[in-house]
Design a protein around this ligand. Structure first.
Ligand code: Z5A
Length: 209
């Protein structure tokens, strides 16, 4: 990692339709009302290159890729986002709220696809230079409920069997259990306002920058 960080990196994780984008909006409003600079981003995406990689990978006509290619495309998009958006924002003292980050790759490509943990960790480390979130909010929801909420079968990941999505959910919960200081697990059936308040309480309690 290069130099001290003054801002805070908050990531939001969970399965399809768990409410990540909705929570990001709620947190952005709460953070702005406190006068902080807030930068929001999503993965894959958030940069010109990242959005092009997103379209190539998840566009409606995209075929399911080789699983190692999939790992490398997600982490390539992340490398661009970290260097172009996240690190500069943290250096300015902003709160960065990112919809998905390294733990999506651990949950989907390791727990879901079965790629070796060491390979996923290495790809994440290269992409981020070791930049870890200060807080990761997991919106935990049964996969069938999340897929019902979004009401579509869009990209190839959404077409994966329910068992794949169950492994992803179990993987997230296992990660959160192992690193409780970094994770906040919320039951995503709660109303959006309650989720935003619970997450904001933890963000506000992060040590001063
Ligand atoms: N992926 C990966 O495999 N590896 C990686 O490293 C990365 C990603 C970075 C990206 O999908 C896919 O890439 C994803 C993982 C994989 N695939 N899967 N499966 P995406 O970005 O297109 O989509 P997503 O992130 O999975 O989910 P989403 O569709 O954007 O949903 P969401 O942001 O979690 O939920 P939402 O849009 O806020 O809400 C969905 C609906 O639920 C909407 O109608 C809301 O009004 C409603 N909602 C939201 N909150 C609530 C509550 N609290 N109660 C009731 N209803 C609610």
């Amino acid at each position: 990692m290069s130099g001290p960080r003054r801002g805070r990196l908050v990531t939001i994780e969970g399965g399809e339709g768990a409410g990540k984008t909705t929570l990001q909006g709620g947190l952005e409003r709460l953070a702005r009302s406190g006068g902080r600079e807030v930068v929001t981003c999503r993965e894959p995406g958030g940069t010109h290159l990242g959005e092009r990689l997103r379209e190539a990978l998840l566009g409606h006509d995209a075929e399911p890729p080789d699983r190692v290619a999939e790992l490398l495309v997600f982490t390539a998009a992340r490398a661009q986002l970290v260097s172009e958006v996240v690190r500069p924002a943290l250096d300015r003292g902003a709160i960065v709220i990112c919809d998905r980050y390294i733990d999506s790759t651990i949950a989907y490509q390791h727990h879901g696809r079965g790629i070796a943990r060491a390979d996923v960790d290495a790809a994440n480390a290269v992409a981020t230079g070791g930049l870890l979130p200060d807080l990761t909010v997991l919106l935990d929801l049964p996969p069938y409920e999340g897929l019902r909420r979004v009401g579509r079968v869009g990209d190839y990941l959404e077409r994966e069997p329910l068992d794949f999505h169950r492994r992803v959910r179990a993987g997230y919960l296992a990660e959160a259990e192992q690193h409780p200081a970094r994770w906040l697990v919320l039951d995503a059936v709660q109303p959006p306002e309650a989720l935003a308040e619970a997450a904001w309480e933890r963000i506000a309690a992060l040590p001063a920058a």
